[in-house]
Write a protein that binds this ligand. Structure first.
Ligand code: 572
Ligand code: ZN
Length: 353
Protein backbone atom coordinates (compact mmCIF):
# COMPACT_ATOMS: atom_id res chain seq x y z
CA UNK A 1 0.00 0.00 0.00
CA UNK A 2 1.38 3.48 -0.86
CA UNK A 3 1.90 5.65 2.16
CA UNK A 4 0.41 9.12 2.10
CA UNK A 5 0.91 12.55 3.66
CA UNK A 6 -1.31 15.62 3.97
CA UNK A 7 -0.87 18.42 1.41
CA UNK A 8 -2.63 21.68 0.50
CA UNK A 9 -3.57 21.21 -3.16
CA UNK A 10 -4.99 23.95 -5.40
CA UNK A 11 -7.60 22.41 -7.74
CA UNK A 12 -8.95 25.60 -9.26
CA UNK A 13 -9.77 29.18 -8.40
CA UNK A 14 -10.45 29.39 -4.63
CA UNK A 15 -10.57 25.60 -4.51
CA UNK A 16 -7.77 24.73 -2.09
CA UNK A 17 -8.12 21.30 -0.52
CA UNK A 18 -6.30 19.60 2.25
CA UNK A 19 -5.85 16.05 1.00
CA UNK A 20 -3.69 12.95 1.20
CA UNK A 21 -1.03 12.60 -1.51
CA UNK A 22 1.64 9.91 -1.97
CA UNK A 23 4.77 10.23 0.15
CA UNK A 24 7.88 10.91 -1.93
CA UNK A 25 10.11 7.89 -2.58
CA UNK A 26 13.62 7.71 -1.10
CA UNK A 27 15.76 10.73 -2.03
CA UNK A 28 17.92 10.29 -5.15
CA UNK A 29 21.70 10.70 -5.19
CA UNK A 30 22.55 14.27 -4.18
CA UNK A 31 19.13 14.84 -2.61
CA UNK A 32 17.78 14.90 0.93
CA UNK A 33 14.27 14.22 2.16
CA UNK A 34 12.97 16.96 4.40
CA UNK A 35 10.18 16.89 6.95
CA UNK A 36 8.65 20.29 6.25
CA UNK A 37 8.18 22.40 9.38
CA UNK A 38 7.14 25.97 8.47
CA UNK A 39 5.83 27.46 5.22
CA UNK A 40 5.13 31.16 4.65
CA UNK A 41 2.29 32.26 2.38
CA UNK A 42 3.63 34.35 -0.52
CA UNK A 43 1.75 36.81 -2.72
CA UNK A 44 2.22 34.41 -5.64
CA UNK A 45 0.52 31.56 -3.71
CA UNK A 46 -2.40 33.89 -3.05
CA UNK A 47 -2.46 35.01 -6.69
CA UNK A 48 -2.67 31.39 -7.92
CA UNK A 49 -5.40 30.78 -5.33
CA UNK A 50 -7.42 33.82 -6.43
CA UNK A 51 -6.83 33.74 -10.20
CA UNK A 52 -5.51 30.26 -11.06
CA UNK A 53 -2.61 31.80 -12.94
CA UNK A 54 0.17 34.39 -13.00
CA UNK A 55 0.64 35.60 -16.55
CA UNK A 56 1.47 32.59 -18.71
CA UNK A 57 1.92 30.29 -15.70
CA UNK A 58 -1.45 28.59 -15.49
CA UNK A 59 -2.52 26.00 -12.91
CA UNK A 60 -3.76 23.38 -15.38
CA UNK A 61 -3.75 20.39 -13.05
CA UNK A 62 -3.96 20.23 -9.25
CA UNK A 63 -0.85 21.80 -7.67
CA UNK A 64 0.52 21.82 -4.13
CA UNK A 65 1.14 25.47 -3.12
CA UNK A 66 3.95 26.93 -0.99
CA UNK A 67 7.60 27.85 -1.56
CA UNK A 68 8.83 29.78 1.51
CA UNK A 69 9.86 26.87 3.67
CA UNK A 70 12.10 25.22 6.23
CA UNK A 71 12.24 21.75 7.70
CA UNK A 72 14.24 18.96 9.26
CA UNK A 73 16.33 16.48 7.25
CA UNK A 74 14.65 13.07 7.55
CA UNK A 75 16.62 11.00 5.02
CA UNK A 76 19.98 11.64 3.36
CA UNK A 77 20.55 10.47 -0.21
CA UNK A 78 23.81 8.98 -1.48
CA UNK A 79 26.70 11.33 -2.04
CA UNK A 80 25.48 14.02 0.38
CA UNK A 81 28.10 14.90 2.97
CA UNK A 82 27.19 18.34 4.33
CA UNK A 83 23.83 17.38 5.88
CA UNK A 84 22.69 14.66 8.27
CA UNK A 85 19.38 13.40 9.61
CA UNK A 86 17.98 15.85 12.14
CA UNK A 87 19.62 18.96 10.66
CA UNK A 88 17.27 21.95 10.49
CA UNK A 89 17.42 23.63 7.08
CA UNK A 90 16.11 26.57 5.06
CA UNK A 91 15.09 25.43 1.60
CA UNK A 92 15.86 27.36 -1.57
CA UNK A 93 12.84 26.59 -3.76
CA UNK A 94 14.36 27.06 -7.23
CA UNK A 95 16.69 24.36 -8.55
CA UNK A 96 17.93 24.32 -12.16
CA UNK A 97 17.33 20.94 -13.78
CA UNK A 98 20.42 21.42 -16.00
CA UNK A 99 18.64 19.57 -18.77
CA UNK A 100 20.05 21.58 -21.69
CA UNK A 101 23.07 23.59 -22.81
CA UNK A 102 21.39 26.95 -22.14
CA UNK A 103 20.81 25.99 -18.54
CA UNK A 104 24.48 24.97 -18.14
CA UNK A 105 25.50 28.33 -19.63
CA UNK A 106 23.64 30.34 -16.98
CA UNK A 107 24.64 27.97 -14.18
CA UNK A 108 28.33 28.41 -15.04
CA UNK A 109 27.92 32.18 -15.16
CA UNK A 110 26.52 32.11 -11.60
CA UNK A 111 23.13 33.30 -12.87
CA UNK A 112 21.27 30.07 -12.19
CA UNK A 113 18.06 32.00 -11.51
CA UNK A 114 17.99 32.60 -15.27
CA UNK A 115 18.18 28.92 -16.24
CA UNK A 116 15.18 28.29 -18.50
CA UNK A 117 14.50 24.83 -17.04
CA UNK A 118 14.46 25.81 -13.35
CA UNK A 119 12.28 23.74 -11.02
CA UNK A 120 10.50 26.10 -8.62
CA UNK A 121 8.15 25.04 -5.82
CA UNK A 122 4.52 25.98 -6.58
CA UNK A 123 5.15 27.37 -10.05
CA UNK A 124 3.12 25.37 -12.55
CA UNK A 125 3.70 22.56 -13.30
CA UNK A 126 5.96 22.08 -10.22
CA UNK A 127 4.38 21.19 -6.89
CA UNK A 128 5.15 23.24 -3.79
CA UNK A 129 5.92 22.49 -0.18
CA UNK A 130 2.60 22.77 1.71
CA UNK A 131 2.98 19.07 2.58
CA UNK A 132 4.83 16.94 5.13
CA UNK A 133 7.81 15.72 3.08
CA UNK A 134 9.74 16.83 0.00
CA UNK A 135 12.85 15.53 -1.72
CA UNK A 136 15.17 18.37 -2.65
CA UNK A 137 18.70 18.86 -4.00
CA UNK A 138 20.91 18.90 -0.91
CA UNK A 139 22.99 21.85 -2.16
CA UNK A 140 19.79 23.95 -2.14
CA UNK A 141 19.22 23.18 1.57
CA UNK A 142 21.00 25.38 4.11
CA UNK A 143 21.69 24.23 7.65
CA UNK A 144 20.33 26.60 10.27
CA UNK A 145 22.48 27.38 13.31
CA UNK A 146 20.95 26.73 16.74
CA UNK A 147 20.00 30.36 17.31
CA UNK A 148 17.90 30.59 14.12
CA UNK A 149 14.35 29.23 14.37
CA UNK A 150 12.55 27.24 11.68
CA UNK A 151 10.15 30.18 11.25
CA UNK A 152 13.03 32.52 10.57
CA UNK A 153 14.46 29.87 8.25
CA UNK A 154 11.27 29.90 6.18
CA UNK A 155 11.59 33.69 5.83
CA UNK A 156 15.03 33.52 4.21
CA UNK A 157 13.25 32.98 0.90
CA UNK A 158 11.39 36.33 0.81
CA UNK A 159 14.38 38.02 2.48
CA UNK A 160 16.47 36.76 -0.44
CA UNK A 161 14.85 39.23 -2.81
CA UNK A 162 16.04 42.07 -0.58
CA UNK A 163 19.53 40.60 -0.21
CA UNK A 164 19.82 40.24 -3.98
CA UNK A 165 18.50 43.76 -4.67
CA UNK A 166 20.91 45.33 -2.16
CA UNK A 167 23.79 43.28 -3.60
CA UNK A 168 23.24 44.04 -7.28
CA UNK A 169 22.30 47.73 -6.95
CA UNK A 170 24.65 47.88 -4.99
CA UNK A 171 23.59 49.54 -1.73
CA UNK A 172 26.73 51.00 -0.13
CA UNK A 173 27.46 52.15 3.44
CA UNK A 174 25.96 55.57 4.05
CA UNK A 175 23.63 55.42 1.05
CA UNK A 176 20.21 56.97 0.87
CA UNK A 177 17.71 54.42 -0.42
CA UNK A 178 14.10 54.89 -1.47
CA UNK A 179 11.78 51.87 -1.49
CA UNK A 180 8.35 52.12 -3.10
CA UNK A 181 5.84 49.60 -1.69
CA UNK A 182 5.81 48.45 1.94
CA UNK A 183 4.28 45.00 1.41
CA UNK A 184 6.29 41.93 2.46
CA UNK A 185 8.88 42.38 -0.31
CA UNK A 186 9.33 46.12 0.31
CA UNK A 187 9.80 45.41 4.02
CA UNK A 188 12.33 42.63 3.34
CA UNK A 189 14.21 45.07 1.11
CA UNK A 190 14.16 47.61 3.92
CA UNK A 191 15.76 45.08 6.30
CA UNK A 192 18.39 44.11 3.72
CA UNK A 193 19.28 47.73 2.91
CA UNK A 194 19.70 48.62 6.57
CA UNK A 195 21.92 45.55 7.01
CA UNK A 196 23.93 46.62 3.94
CA UNK A 197 24.71 49.90 5.68
CA UNK A 198 22.24 52.35 4.15
CA UNK A 199 22.12 55.45 6.35
CA UNK A 200 18.66 56.52 5.21
CA UNK A 201 15.90 54.25 3.99
CA UNK A 202 12.74 56.08 2.98
CA UNK A 203 9.77 53.86 2.17
CA UNK A 204 6.42 54.73 0.61
CA UNK A 205 3.03 53.04 0.44
CA UNK A 206 -0.64 54.00 0.26
CA UNK A 207 -1.46 52.01 3.41
CA UNK A 208 -0.68 53.65 6.77
CA UNK A 209 -0.51 50.41 8.78
CA UNK A 210 2.27 49.04 6.55
CA UNK A 211 4.24 52.22 7.13
CA UNK A 212 3.87 51.72 10.88
CA UNK A 213 5.52 48.30 10.51
CA UNK A 214 8.22 49.89 8.32
CA UNK A 215 9.02 52.46 11.02
CA UNK A 216 9.17 49.71 13.63
CA UNK A 217 11.73 47.69 11.64
CA UNK A 218 14.08 50.52 10.76
CA UNK A 219 12.69 52.86 8.09
CA UNK A 220 14.21 56.28 8.75
CA UNK A 221 11.27 58.03 7.08
CA UNK A 222 7.92 56.95 5.65
CA UNK A 223 5.75 58.60 2.99
CA UNK A 224 2.08 57.87 2.38
CA UNK A 225 1.88 57.61 -1.41
CA UNK A 226 2.96 61.01 -2.65
CA UNK A 227 5.63 61.07 -5.38
CA UNK A 228 6.48 64.76 -4.92
CA UNK A 229 7.01 64.32 -1.20
CA UNK A 230 9.19 61.26 -1.80
CA UNK A 231 11.37 63.20 -4.22
CA UNK A 232 11.58 66.18 -1.86
CA UNK A 233 12.63 63.98 1.08
CA UNK A 234 15.24 62.13 -1.02
CA UNK A 235 16.72 65.49 -2.06
CA UNK A 236 16.59 66.95 1.42
CA UNK A 237 18.63 64.00 2.72
CA UNK A 238 21.30 64.29 0.01
CA UNK A 239 22.14 67.98 -0.49
CA UNK A 240 19.63 68.14 -3.32
CA UNK A 241 20.94 65.13 -5.29
CA UNK A 242 18.26 62.46 -4.77
CA UNK A 243 18.46 58.81 -3.69
CA UNK A 244 21.53 56.70 -4.50
CA UNK A 245 19.38 53.59 -4.96
CA UNK A 246 15.63 53.20 -5.46
CA UNK A 247 13.88 49.83 -5.21
CA UNK A 248 10.43 49.51 -6.76
CA UNK A 249 8.40 46.84 -4.94
CA UNK A 250 4.82 48.01 -5.53
CA UNK A 251 4.30 46.85 -9.11
CA UNK A 252 2.31 49.97 -9.87
CA UNK A 253 3.10 52.40 -12.71
CA UNK A 254 2.84 55.44 -10.44
CA UNK A 255 5.23 53.85 -7.93
CA UNK A 256 7.72 53.28 -10.76
CA UNK A 257 7.45 56.96 -11.70
CA UNK A 258 7.94 57.92 -8.07
CA UNK A 259 11.03 55.70 -7.73
CA UNK A 260 12.64 57.10 -10.89
CA UNK A 261 11.68 60.63 -9.84
CA UNK A 262 13.38 60.25 -6.45
CA UNK A 263 16.65 58.91 -7.93
CA UNK A 264 19.76 61.09 -8.24
CA UNK A 265 21.68 61.36 -11.50
CA UNK A 266 23.82 58.21 -11.74
CA UNK A 267 21.52 56.20 -9.44
CA UNK A 268 20.28 52.66 -9.91
CA UNK A 269 16.56 51.88 -9.81
CA UNK A 270 15.96 48.19 -9.01
CA UNK A 271 12.74 46.77 -10.47
CA UNK A 272 11.02 44.02 -8.47
CA UNK A 273 7.27 44.74 -8.59
CA UNK A 274 5.62 43.62 -11.82
CA UNK A 275 3.04 46.12 -13.11
CA UNK A 276 0.23 44.67 -15.26
CA UNK A 277 1.40 44.29 -18.87
CA UNK A 278 1.33 47.48 -20.96
CA UNK A 279 0.52 49.77 -18.05
CA UNK A 280 3.91 51.25 -17.15
CA UNK A 281 5.64 53.77 -19.39
CA UNK A 282 9.16 55.09 -18.97
CA UNK A 283 10.63 58.34 -20.22
CA UNK A 284 13.84 57.03 -21.80
CA UNK A 285 15.23 60.53 -22.36
CA UNK A 286 14.93 61.25 -18.66
CA UNK A 287 16.96 58.10 -17.95
CA UNK A 288 19.59 59.10 -20.52
CA UNK A 289 20.13 62.67 -19.40
CA UNK A 290 20.42 61.59 -15.75
CA UNK A 291 22.29 58.32 -16.47
CA UNK A 292 19.81 56.27 -14.43
CA UNK A 293 20.43 52.52 -14.48
CA UNK A 294 17.31 50.36 -14.46
CA UNK A 295 18.11 46.99 -12.91
CA UNK A 296 15.26 44.45 -13.08
CA UNK A 297 15.80 41.39 -10.91
CA UNK A 298 14.26 37.95 -11.37
CA UNK A 299 14.03 36.14 -8.03
CA UNK A 300 17.65 35.87 -6.71
CA UNK A 301 20.75 33.74 -6.69
CA UNK A 302 23.29 32.76 -4.05
CA UNK A 303 21.45 34.59 -1.28
CA UNK A 304 20.62 31.84 1.21
CA UNK A 305 24.07 31.65 2.88
CA UNK A 306 23.89 35.43 3.39
CA UNK A 307 20.37 35.11 4.77
CA UNK A 308 21.46 32.51 7.32
CA UNK A 309 24.37 34.73 8.44
CA UNK A 310 22.21 37.87 8.71
CA UNK A 311 19.72 36.07 10.95
CA UNK A 312 22.34 34.23 13.03
CA UNK A 313 24.31 37.43 13.65
CA UNK A 314 21.22 39.45 14.54
CA UNK A 315 21.93 41.94 11.72
CA UNK A 316 18.41 41.26 10.46
CA UNK A 317 15.30 40.46 12.51
CA UNK A 318 12.42 39.11 10.43
CA UNK A 319 10.24 38.15 13.41
CA UNK A 320 8.25 41.43 13.53
CA UNK A 321 6.96 40.62 10.04
CA UNK A 322 5.01 37.55 11.18
CA UNK A 323 1.38 38.67 11.42
CA UNK A 324 -0.37 35.36 12.03
CA UNK A 325 0.29 31.64 12.47
CA UNK A 326 -1.84 28.73 11.20
CA UNK A 327 -1.74 24.93 11.27
CA UNK A 328 -1.64 22.86 8.06
CA UNK A 329 -5.24 21.78 8.69
CA UNK A 330 -6.20 25.48 8.55
CA UNK A 331 -4.51 26.31 5.24
CA UNK A 332 -7.76 27.05 3.34
CA UNK A 333 -8.79 29.48 6.10
CA UNK A 334 -5.29 30.94 6.12
CA UNK A 335 -5.58 31.86 2.42
CA UNK A 336 -8.98 33.47 2.98
CA UNK A 337 -7.51 35.36 5.93
CA UNK A 338 -4.63 36.69 3.83
CA UNK A 339 -7.07 37.75 1.08
CA UNK A 340 -9.40 39.48 3.55
CA UNK A 341 -6.51 41.24 5.28
CA UNK A 342 -4.30 42.09 2.30
CA UNK A 343 -3.39 45.48 3.67
CA UNK A 344 -2.59 44.58 7.25
CA UNK A 345 -1.26 41.03 7.04
CA UNK A 346 2.48 41.04 6.31
CA UNK A 347 3.45 37.38 6.60
CA UNK A 348 1.25 34.44 7.54
CA UNK A 349 3.19 31.31 8.48
CA UNK A 350 1.86 27.77 8.50
CA UNK A 351 3.09 25.17 10.96
CA UNK A 352 3.25 21.93 9.00
CA UNK A 353 4.88 19.31 11.24
O1 572 B 1 9.57 34.05 -3.96
C1 572 B 1 9.64 33.94 -5.31
C2 572 B 1 8.57 34.74 -5.93
N1 572 B 1 8.71 35.17 -7.17
C3 572 B 1 7.75 35.91 -7.71
C4 572 B 1 6.62 36.24 -6.98
C5 572 B 1 6.53 35.76 -5.71
N2 572 B 1 7.50 35.00 -5.19
N3 572 B 1 7.91 36.34 -9.01
C6 572 B 1 6.90 37.08 -9.71
C7 572 B 1 6.25 36.22 -10.73
N4 572 B 1 7.26 35.61 -11.58
S1 572 B 1 6.80 34.98 -13.00
O2 572 B 1 7.96 34.80 -13.81
N5 572 B 1 6.16 33.52 -12.69
C8 572 B 1 4.84 33.41 -12.29
C9 572 B 1 6.99 32.36 -12.70
O3 572 B 1 5.80 35.81 -13.54
C10 572 B 1 8.35 34.92 -10.90
C11 572 B 1 8.94 35.82 -9.86
ZN1 ZN C 1 7.47 34.12 -3.24
Amino acid sequence: MTQTMPAAVLHGIKDLRLEEVPLPSAPARGEVQIHIAKVGICGSDVHYYEHGRIGDFIVESPMVLGHECSGVVSHVGEGVSHLKEGDRVAIEPGVPRLSNALSHYYMKRGQYNLCPDIFFFATPPDHGSFCSFVNHRADFCFKLPENVTLEEGAMIEPLSTGIYAARVAPVRMGDTVVITGAGPIGLMNLLACRAAGAANVVISDMVASRLEVAKHIGATQVVQGNADELKAIARELTDGRGADVCIECAGHPSALDAAIGAARPGATVVLIGMPPNDTATININDLIVREITLRPIFRYNNTFPTGVELLASGKVDVKPLISRRFELSEVPQAFEYVLDNRETCVKAIVNVD
